[in-house]
Design a binder for this molecule. Structure first.
Ligand code: PRT
Ligand code: ZN
Length: 223
């Protein structure tokens, strides 16, 4: 395979992180010939291109070397690290990016008087994050059933398929609408710049270093 000399960044094609990620890259002096309906965006000035994909695919694309970097929620990166298997390339969180903030939390029915994780012993917890939930349960020595769902996790208690849930929370509105209450926080999340543990030492590596410097400048100005 021919070595790539252009840096390739994976980002969400269409979702909560798309606009703020593009905005951040623009403020770092990068611009792209945009074709949102397509997978690929060619960088106009600097040798940096974008791959627009589902957020869940981003860590895998970096681990496989298809992309050099990715902009993705810490929740998705963390779940990948825990579930991808030992043979997958470990990834690093290179920078927190300050947008897409939310929490991965345990939520319980409003009437449950929750005060400690041990109350979840023997219960079923629905989640799209079995890796992160499993690790948290182990840390607290709790044996609970993990029910993995890919969507609509918040309705599981009403349907009787789970006693509690572990899901992303931002305003808390979704929980209230489903008679649930945030009980414990597993992870404070935001969008991060993800990359390999060891950065490439070639032209791509030089561009990557330049991008990190610009990012630090932009993030500092914003703070
Ligand atoms: O299609 P693709 O797979 O790329 O998109 P997606 O639907 O998986 O992701 P998307 O766009 O919903 O979220 C992308 C990322 O944004 C997540 O991985 C988080 O890092 C971050 N983020 C920030 C959120 C939220 N806030 C959020 N509120 N992701 C999801 N939610 C959902 C949550 O799952 C729940 O259903 O919003 C609901 C809760 O919101 P509140 O405000 O009612 O509490
Ligand atoms: Zn997704």
């Amino acid at each position: 395979m021919k070595a790539r000399d252009r840096l390739r960044i994976a980002m969400q094609k269409s979702g909560r992180l798309t606009e703020p990620a593009l905005d951040l890259l623009n403020r770092c002096g990068l611009s792209f010939r945009q074709s949102r309906d397509k997978l690929f965006c060619f960088g106009e000035g600097e040798p940096v291109d974008l791959l627009l994909v589902r957020d869940d695919d981003i860590p895998g694309l970096i681990a496989q070397g298809v992309c050099d970097l990715g902009i993705v929620g810490r929740n998705v990166l963390g779940e990948f690290q825990l579930t991808a298997g030992r043979e997958a390339e470990p990834l690093a969180e290179l920078r927190p990016l300050g947008f897409g903030r939310c929490r991965l939390s345990i939520a319980v029915p409003q009437e449950l008087d929750y005060h400690e994780p041990q109350q979840l012993e023997g219960r079923r917890i629905a989640t799209s994050y079995p890796g992160l939930l499993g690790e948290w349960l182990r840390t607290h020595g709790v044996n609970a059933g993990v029910v993995t769902l890919t969507g609509s996790v918040e309705i599981a208690p009403k349907l009787g398929t789970a006693d509690a849930i572990c899901d992303l929370v931002q305003s808390g509105g979704t929980l209230v609408a489903n008679q649930l209450r945030e009980a414990d926080v597993l992870l404070e999340s935001e969008a991060v710049l993800a990359g390999p543990l060891t950065l490439p030492v070639d032209e791509r590596g030089d561009m990557l270093e330049l991008l990190l410097k610009r990012l630090d400048g932009v993030i500092q100005v914003r703070e």
